[in-house]
Design a protein around this ligand. Structure first.
Ligand code: ADP
Ligand code: ADP
Ligand code: MG
Length: 453
């Protein structure tokens, strides 16, 4: 087992990883930017080391600085969390070169998963169903027009290196394509440093269903069931749950087997997520594999009893998997709301500030993953996710009731948050029936909140 783990992240996920380390009796090292000096992960870790100024590019994305922090503190492994360097192949390689274990997939896994065009191609070869799309990246508008005619509108222009819901544009006709195509390329270059885009058939009103994967070094891959992540705004998840109210045991088995096949086909190692879109006729298609711990991992932990962060650490230190999905006594229902410091009444404008009155929810059936505390000053530099509120119960209706009362208990005055939106959703008859698709949240938003950024 590792002697010391450095956590190359901040916020709630850094705390989540520190907790796992402590339970495994492994000392932890926090890294922080100058803007995060008073953050909870800095206070909670056994050691903490400043890695640079507030802007992420100079701190949480600064590979040299993080590697040198690991060497200085004699950490023999690094957990990257999600976002930041979690999916950066060069960082995983740099860890390797410095004899530090990168707690996550192999550099080759990261390379393939980070290139959606190549990833899709590999999946197709392995017999995994994929959405009809251009065979590779599309550089010229004339080529795009021709392909879209063949594929048939509506289509999506997607960035090959995309993530976090960015670099995606929908076009319903050729006119829209001519407008959006160059913009998509420009955006992709700005956000991901790579303007490779491809064209995919746009599925109308699908559901997003993903499977949690674990794989050990000997190539043994298992899945831990699905997460329903259909409740989204601008292609970003807001509410997730496990299990999915949409899946029958047969469909779960079929999709789970394909997810395992997908991960096996790419010699996947450690924790990952295979994402699918599911249409009204129960046809499902691979969209991407996320090669990291997922934001919404707690709903899987609660319903399976498996601590995914501890599994990641143990797999990286050589553990072999001696169980599979059918061995798990999966029970109950878990729902997660991503609480963002954003004002839903002002087009989700970020709402930073100081938390003056902090009252976290608690009680039976509640898990709160957050880095907030009374008096915490939210820096303006980072992600607006301030808490993940997870409710659970034996039934879905029970989990909804727990979520409603927990959302009502939660107070983070004077920050504006997405809590009021979630309260509305929990009361919605279609949500309660489990009848929704990826366009569900639109009806709660003002007209001007369109898909395009
Ligand atoms: P999940 O599938 O785990 O819900 P998200 O897509 O919501 O993941 O992304 C999780 C976090 O990682 C977010 O903070 C998001 O901004 C960030 N992220 C994901 N992919 C990328 C990427 N390719 N580049 C930069 N940030 C990313
Ligand atoms: P990211 O890497 O940003 O997470 P994904 O490819 O996973 O991008 O897609 C994010 C979301 O965009 C999906 O959950 C879904 O809502 C929507 N989406 C992606 N591809 C399609 C498609 N072909 N048709 C319809 N919706 C799509
Ligand atoms: Mg995705």
């Amino acid at each position: 087992m590792f002697k010391k783990i450095l956590i190359a992240n901040r916020g709630e996920i850094a705390l989540r990883i520190i907790r796992a380390c402590r339970e495994l009796d492994i000392p932890s090292v926090a890294v922080y930017s100058e803007a995060d000096e008073t953050s909870l992960h800095v206070k909670q870790a056994d050691e903490a080391i400043c890695i640079g100024p507030a802007v992420s590019a100079k701190s949480y994305l600064n590979m040299e600085s993080i590697i040198s922090a690991a060497k200085k503190t004699k950490a023999d492994a690094i957990h990257p969390g999600y976002g930041y360097l979690a999916e950066v192949e060069a960082f995983a390689r740099m860890c390797e070169e410095n004899s530090i274990v990168f707690i996550g997939p192999t550099p080759a896994n990261l390379s393939l998963a980070g290139n959606k065009i190549a990833g899709k191609k590999r999946m197709q070869e392995a017999g995994v169903p994929v959405i009809p799309s251009s065979p590779g990246s599309v550089g010229k508008i004339e080529e795009a027009k021709k392909l879209c005619k063949e594929i048939g509108y509506p289509i999506m222009v997607k960035a090959s290196g995309g993530g976090g819901g960015r670099g995606i544009r929908v076009c319903h006709n050729e006119e829209e394509l001519c407008e959006e195509f160059p913009v998509a390329r420009m955006e992709a270059r700005a956000a991901f440093g790579n303007d490779d885009v491809y064209i995919e058939k746009y599925l109308t009103k699908p559901r997003h269903i993903e499977f949690q994967i674990l794989a050990d070094r000997s190539g043994h891959v298992i899945h831990l069931g699905e997460r329903e992540c259909t409740i989204q705004r601008r292609y970003q998840k807001l509410i997730e749950e496990s299990p999915s109210p949409r899946l029958t045991p047969e469909l779960r088995k079929e999709m789970g087997d394909v997810a395992v096949k997908a991960a096996t086909a790419m010699n996947y190692f450690n924790a990952g997520t295979v994402e699918f879109l599911l249409d009204k006729d129960s046809r499902f298609y691979f969209i991407e594999i996320n090669s990291r711990i997922q934001v919404e991992h707690p709903v899987t932990e609660i319903t399976t009893g498996i601590d995914l962060v501890k599994e990641q650490i143990m797999l990286s230190s050589g553990k072999t998997l001696d169980y599979c999905f059918d061995d798990l006594n999966k029970r109950g229902w878990a729902i997660e709301c991503r609480i963002n410091a954003e004002d839903p009444d002002r087009n989700f404008l970020p709402s930073p500030g100081t938390v003056k009155d902090y009252r976290p929810p608690g009680g039976f059936g509640v898990r709160l993953d957050t880095h907030l505390y009374q008096g915490y000053e939210l820096p303006i530099y980072y992600d607006s996710l301030i808490a993940k509120l997870i409710s659970y119960d034996l039934t879905r209706n029970g989990a909804i009731s727990v979520m409603k009362r927990a959302l009502k208990e939660f107070r983070v005055h004077p920050l504006k948050t997405t809590i009021p939106l979630y309260l509305q959703i929990m009361d919605d008859p279609l949500f309660i029936q489990g009848e929704f698709d990826t366009s569900f949240v639109e009806k709660f938003l003002p007209e001007e909140d369109e898909d395009d950024d």
